[in-house]
Design a protein. Structure first.
Length: 273
């Protein structure tokens, strides 16, 4: 029966593609979205919910006393704090360290979370070295600000704003402060791999890493394959965030190079599947 259904589905797709190219494009996009591809800009709730599914103490109840087993979260690329806000909703007794180098975005983050006693804000970003870099954006505080001057002429966007920002490494920050996150979220517009390369001494101790992949990786020339082999080397399983449930990516295939905003969760192998 499954074989008959698969054949029927393939024939239907071919029929659609041959009869109407515009409809075929819509069908292709919808099928990709069903797999989580391209839904990153609208998936903050699912990102947090999916990540916490792998955090065992959370399953015992999000209102468990902080002293029992605090969830430590690093929100890297915090912008104005939407991810932090969602984590606080779903796991209010967590401890969050938020990192945002943009002065404009950082000011808004501080304003949005000024009453949150369990949130620490740091006005710098993370990379693979301790240095200063230039942050480019289409406007101050833009959520697509990047350390790369992106070419977005095809969208009518111009990265004409520049800001000197301070960069740290996760390795150094963790060593100085004596902490390691349970959940590491990275959304730094194409420089996620640099952040990971600056965490090599602690990455094996992190339970869950949630990262973004998309059009910005075209500009930085990084590929999903780079992430795949990084996490394979460190014994993490990779899941794609979907609107339903995390989808395990059991092996790398070239069609995973989907350059429309998509979010992934890498789970340390010591965390039960």
């Amino acid at each position: 029966m499954n074989r008959i259904w698969r054949r029927f589905s393939r024939d239907l797709v071919k029929l659609i593609a041959n009869s109407n190219s515009e409809l075929a494009a819509i069908f292709e996009r919808d099928m990709s979205n069903k797999q989580g591809k391209g839904i990153g800009s609208e998936s903050t709730y699912n990102e947090v919910y999916s990540a916490l599914k792998f955090y065992a103490p959370h399953k015992k109840g999000p209102t468990a006393p902080l002293s029992l087993d605090p969830l430590i979260v690093f929100d890297v690329g915090a912008n104005i704090g939407n991810y932090t806000k969602e984590v606080l909703k779903q796991h209010p007794n967590c401890v969050i360290f938020a990192f945002e180098p943009s002065v404009s975005s950082g000011s808004k983050f501080i304003e949005n979370h000024k009453t949150a006693m369990n949130v620490t804000f740091e006005a710098f970003g993370f990379s693979n070295e301790i240095t200063s870099k230039t942050l480019y954006s289409d406007y101050p505080g833009s959520p697509i600000s990047s350390l790369t001057k992106r070419n977005l002429e095809h969208f009518g966007n111009e990265f004409k704003y520049e800001e000197k920002v301070k960069m740290e490494t996760i390795d150094n920050y963790c060593a100085v402060n004596g902490i390691v996150p349970n959940l590491l979220k990275i959304d730094v517009e194409g420089h996620e791999l640099d952040v990971l390369m600056g965490s090599l001494s602690v990455v094996d101790k992190i339970s869950i890493i949630q990262f973004e992949f998309g059009g910005c990786n075209i500009d930085t020339r990084t590929f999903f394959q780079d992430f795949w082999y990084f996490f394979k080397q460190h014994n993490f399983r990779i899941y794609r965030v979907t609107k339903d449930k995390p989808l395990l990516i059991s092996k790398y295939i070239e069609s995973d190079e989907y350059f429309s905003t998509t979010n992934y969760i890498a789970v340390n192998s010591r965390v039960p599947a």
